[in-house]
Design a protein around this ligand. Structure first.
Ligand code: ASP
Length: 653
């Protein structure tokens, strides 16, 4: 079966592979002009790929003779970055990526050699004949070529010592050099370049970008964190279970990616999370489950979202919300201890906050008729944002929020001039509001009205606050200490919220959607409200927030098949076809499923915070671009006519 698949793939590949163009390089920038031209870097966007065309096997052999060796070279004895004064006098074998050579004369050539541990300086000194081969190879070397060298560690003397380099007190006196794989003459960019190429180019040529120190560190830190996580779970009696990637389309909440099969009309769907399988595992007697799981959601992409992402997923039988939170706190503590050397909250439980309070942290100004309130963010006068930035901030959700610049003239009247003034309940008094909000001349006030009772999502001013913080941070007006880790549990979310698209037609007239997912259990004391006012029922859901960013969420689940069916059919108003898609779950609940609950942490986001980077793409080896494309392989991509036929797919405009 594999042979057939390989043959099929090979022929499809031939048909699809475009002919690649060879592209001429440009000259090195002037600052490097004193160096021999070792490798040319192209301006962003102009690299078209390398072209390899082979006429005969002789060419392949020639390349092998030149250095593309397979194992017939000595094994490395040290990593480049590990060498220091204690190794002086030792013979070493090093492997790594050649950097730009610096040639002072035929008798003095320097070559920095880099591997993931650091960079060490190699030096070829003297004119002995035995060194001719090495000298020639060095001079022909292109940057980022892979080499294996032998030499002796020597101490650097006097001004040759480089205090900026971790290995700056030594260098390696080169005896021999093997070029294991020479780079193409032109590279899209050099990973060692201080000024970064644009992100699209770096995403496309990811293997070059991943060689950069920062990304090396991030990917290695991620691996370490995954190891700590597994260790913690195993120590706490959890079982790691892999759940299927080829799942089924179910109306769980997010839009799914579907996978066609060759059976007409039959599709798999990729899991938006292992939620249903992990609940099935609870019914199966795996009472503590975990998985570092891939999840897929075909949703609008935001800066910190990927269509394919990783969750640290767990589920526990017979555990209360508090038990699960304690386990998660222990997990997070272990990770932070190992990666950051920090003891979070000195072992005390993480603080908690009620959802309604968390959402109202922006200053409340006055109540407005019709169950609404007026909220404000005050931007102090020393936070000097250009008016164009303020204007951009005020444009939210196709509306323009009022922004009032407080001056001597309007400080006593500004509230009276706002469009909703007539709807304000009771009399308004600027003096009181100014005192309560600490409004002074020169400040700017951004305002919004919103429903008093909140159900799910983010408030408009909540969004403004985040955008404002990042603008102020970018301008150096706001410092958010990176080593400050404010964890917080948010609880008391409404179990159901109005659907995201309020159009009754698109919602088939449904009035409520699950705030998180349809399996979350209601708070016991709110159960009587389920039939009469479901929108008032709170869920047993908890979110874990770190420095204002949600990094995880979970809940106690419904384990009663009757209640689950009631929620599907009567509250969420699923059609019999839709609720029937969950029959496996309802069956499992009816076969003696213990009470259970769990949580999932966003591993990518957590790693971005641990690695102190704003972009989750910096902690994922092969991330999708902002538009959801894998620029390395060029996906998503088309299929051949033959493939489309096999899958009975007709592509329309
Ligand atoms: N499956 C949920 C999610 O992906 C997390 C959970 O409830 O455990 O958000």
């Amino acid at each position: 079966m594999h042979a057939i698949r390989a043959r099929h793939a090979a022929s499809a590949f031939r048909r699809l592979t475009p002919s690649w163009n060879r592209q001429q390089g440009i000259r090195l920038p002037l600052t490097l002009a004193h160096l021999p031209l070792t490798c040319r870097q192209l301006s962003s966007g102009s690299f078209q790929g390398t072209s390899v065309s082979i006429e005969s096997f002789a060419e392949v052999q020639a390349e092998l003779l030149e250095g593309a060796t397979f194992g017939d070279y000595p094994s490395r004895t040290h990593k480049c970055g590990d060498l220091n004064k204690t190794h002086v006098g030792e013979q070493v074998v090093l492997t790594g990526w050649a950097q730009n050579i610096r040639k002072f004369s035929d008798e003095l050539i320097f070559l920095p050699l880099r591997d993931h541990s650091g960079t060490v300086q190699l030096v070829l000194k003297g004119s002995e004949e035995g060194k001719d081969g090495a000298r020639k190879r060095l001079q022909d070397l292109t940057a980022e070529s892979v080499i294996c060298v032998e030499g002796r560690v020597v101490k650097r003397e006097g001004s040759a010592v480089n205090p900026k380099m971790a290995t700056g007190e030594i260098e390696v006196d080169l005896a021999s050099i093997r070029v294991l794989n020479k780079t193409h003459k032109t590279l899209p960019f050099l990973p060692s370049n201080q000024s970064l190429a644009n992100e699209e180019i770096r995403l496309k040529y990811r293997c070059l970008d991943l060689r950069r120190d920062t990304l090396q560190r991030n990917i290695r830190t991620r691996s370490l964190a995954a190891w700590v996580i597994r260790d913690y779970f195993i120590q706490n009696d959890f079982v790691e279970v892999e759940t299927p990637m080829l799942f089924k389309s179910t109306p769980e909440g997010a839009r799914e990616f579907v996978v066609p099969t060759r059976n007409s009309g039959s599709f798999y769907a990729l899991p938006q999370s292992p939620q249903q399988y992990k609940q099935l595992l609870m019914a199966s007697g795996i009472d503590r489950y975990f998985q570092i799981a891939k999840c897929f959601r075909d949703e609008d992409l935001r800066a910190d979202r990927q269509p394919e992402f990783t969750q640290i997923d767990l589920e526990v039988s017979f555990g209360s919300a508090k038990d699960i939170q304690t386990l998660v706190e222990g997990l997070v503590r272990s990770v932070w201890h190992k990666i950051k050397g920090v003891d979070l909250f000195d072992g005390e439980p993480f603080p908690r906050m009620n959802y309604q309070l968390a959402m109202s942290k922006i200053q409340h100004v006055v109540d407005i008729t019709g169950d609404s309130i007026l909220e404000a963010i005050v931007l102090k006068s020393d936070m000097k944002l250009p008016s164009s930035d303020l204007k951009a901030l005020s444009q939210q959700d196709n509306r323009v929020l009022p922004v009032v610049k407080i001056s001597e003239k309007n400080i006593q009247t500004w509230l009276h001039k706002l469009p909703f003034t007539e709807r304000i309940q009771g009399s308004i008094n600027e003096d009181m509001v100014n005192a309560a909000l600490d409004v002074q001349i020169g400040d700017s006030v951004i305002l919004n009205t919103r429903p008093a009772f909140l159900s799910g999502g983010q408030t408009v001013l909540g969004k403004v606050r985040l955008e404002l913080a990042s603008k102020l941070q970018a301008k150096g007006l706001l410092q958010i200490p990176s080593a400050q880790y404010n964890f917080l549990w948010i609880e008391g979310f409404p179990l159901f919220s109005p659907p995201e698209t309020p159009s009754p037609v698109e919602n088939d007239g449904r009035k409520l959607a699950a705030t998180h997912h349809p399996f979350t259990a209601p708070v016991a004391e709110d159960l009587p409200l389920l039939a009469s006012s479901p929108e008032k029922v709170r869920g047993q859901h908890y979110d874990l927030v770190l420095n204002g960013v949600e990094i995880g969420g979970g809940s106690i689940r419904i384990h009663s098949p009757k209640l689950q069916t009631y929620v599907f059919e009567k509250i969420l108003q699923m059609t019999p076809e839709e609720s029937g898609r969950f029959s496996h779950l309802v069956d499992a609940l009816s076969f003696g499923c213990p009470p259970h609950g769990g949580l999932a942490l966003g591993f990518d986001r957590m790693m971005a915070i641990l690695c102190e980077t704003a972009s989750i793409r910096d902690v994922i080896a092969f991330p999708k671009s902002a538009s959801g494309r894998d620029l390395v392989v060029g996906s998503p991509s088309g299929l051949t006519e033959q493939q489309l036929k096999e899958y009975r797919i007709r592509v329309t405009e």
